[in-house]
Design a protein. Structure first.
Ligand SMILES: NC(=O)c1ccc[n+]([C@@H]2O[C@H](COP(=O)([O-])OP(=O)(O)OC[C@H]3O[C@@H](n4cnc5c(N)ncnc54)[C@H](OP(=O)(O)O)[C@@H]3O)[C@@H](O)[C@H]2O)c1
Length: 361
């Protein structure tokens, strides 16, 4: 195991950023939390640059399928050790044996979330795992049971929930300012050129629009209206059996409805609009990281609230993981495991209606 950075404890420096990211009235302990990162891919690099903004996050170890990639990533981002596949042992398994690692961030493709997160929990590590948590609800239930059995923290990395703009939207909706919520529209689509080897399009990689971005419109539905009574899906499937475009209708016992759209072919507005009996709220694009909320009352009065996120916007969920670990919480009240299980069940049901099946099902 190459030691890349001298193993000295960091000095915890309180900063306005740290304070602004810690809205909880119970103060954080300030204890440094040692992170391991599994993957050197695209999202891992972006999220880690935000993790580095947090003074009580210690970048301990990174793993990759190759030692070369792991070391290059470690040097670039300041990790202390790097693990690649070696002698038939996957790099991530080697990282999980590192006793210094307390929590792992899993940022590998969808289909590996379950085996990698399970191995991490089995090794006694807390887990923050990219979305979707798993390929199906059965795998998700298994991870949740394992985390609870072992008293370990587990969270799906739905970073959008922790953004100040989205927290504010949830606050406005809960305040009753919009009245009773009756209708919600949310979409996330972008044209992704078809490539048979891309994880977005490969069935074996859990490809398709719904699995890649469905969690974002569903997040707006869950924070605005909670869990629906039923879901109806229609989809356009491509040759490999994954969806290029999926439309969802969620129905609630109150009579409220959600229309959600995911697409890998169309440049969609990428917004969410929440409509109630007294007014509506619309976020600007992209709905996964909005910087503006427009609130329009039923009488036509309008106001705009603006937000500037810290870093790329991932700092808030990372701050939450650290806060939970420092305070001994095993799940985040802002992104509860029950909501992850509800989302995975909705995705399962939608997939079964339109005929999307993955090898793990
Ligand atoms: N929260 C967000 O905003 C956001 C944005 C994009 C993606 N994501 C999620 O993050 C995950 C990764 O997406 P990405 O775009 O970063 O993908 P990516 O660029 O393809 O990176 C994934 C990395 O995982 C590693 N890997 C590949 N196959 C693996 C396997 N079978 N087992 C273990 N590791 C493997 C590779 O790193 P090594 O070469 O180092 O092994 C690869 O570079 C997806 O689940 C996606 O849904 C989230």
């Amino acid at each position: 195991m190459p030691a890349l950075i001298p193993a000295t404890e960091p000095l915890l420096v309180r900063t306005p950023l740290l304070d602004s990211l810690n809205p909880d009235p119970v103060p954080v302990s300030g204890r440094p939390v040692r992170w391991g990162v599994i993957s050197t891919g695209r999202i891992a690099a972006t999220v880690i640059s935000d993790l580095a903004l947090l003074p009580d996050a210690l970048l301990q170890s990174v793993s990759s399928r190759t030692q070369e990639n792991a070391e290059a990533f470690a040097l670039e981002h300041g990790f202390r050790s790097a693990y690649g596949d070696d002698g038939g042992i996957p790099g991530y398994q080697r990282l999980l044996r590192d006793p210094a690692v307390e929590v792992v961030y899993v940022a590998t493709p969808h289909t590996s979330h379950y085996p990698v997160a399970k191995a991490a929990l089995d090794a006694g590590k807390h887990v923050l795992c990219e979305k979707p948590l798993t390929i199906n609800a059965r795998e998700a239930e298994d991870l949740v049971s394992l985390a609870r059995e072992k008293s370990l923290f587990l969270m799906e990395a739905v970073w959008t929930r922790f953004l100040p703009s989205v927290q504010r939207a949830a606050e406005i909706i809960a305040s009753g300012e919009l009245g009773e919520i009756r209708w919600l529209q949310a979409d996330l689509g972008f044209p992704a050129p078809y490539h048979p080897k891309s994880r977005l399009w490969r069935r074996d990689d859990g490809g398709g629009a719904l699995m890649d971005v469905g969690v974002y419109p569903l997040t707006w539905a869950l924070i605005s209206l909670g869990r629906p009574q039923s879901i109806t899906a229609t989809a356009q499937l491509v040759d490999g059996g994954v969806d290029s475009d999926t439309a969802l209708t969620l129905s609630y016992s109150s009579g409220a409805q959600v229309q959600a759209m995911t697409s890998l072919t169309a440049a969609t507005p990428q917004t969410a609009t929440v409509c109630g009996t007294k007014g509506m709220l619309r976020c600007n694009a992209p709905l996964f990281n909005p910087s503006e909320l427009t609130i329009v009352s039923s009488s036509g009065e309008q106001r705009v609230e603006k937000f500037t996120p810290a870093g790329h916007g991932y700092t808030y969920q990372l701050r939450e993981v650290i806060r939970c670990l420092q305070q001994g919480l095993l799940e985040s009240p802002t992104m509860p495991l029950a909501d992850t299980l509800a989302t995975m069940s909705l995705l399962d049901e939608a997939r079964s209606q339109v005929g999307i099946h993955y090898p793990a099902d």
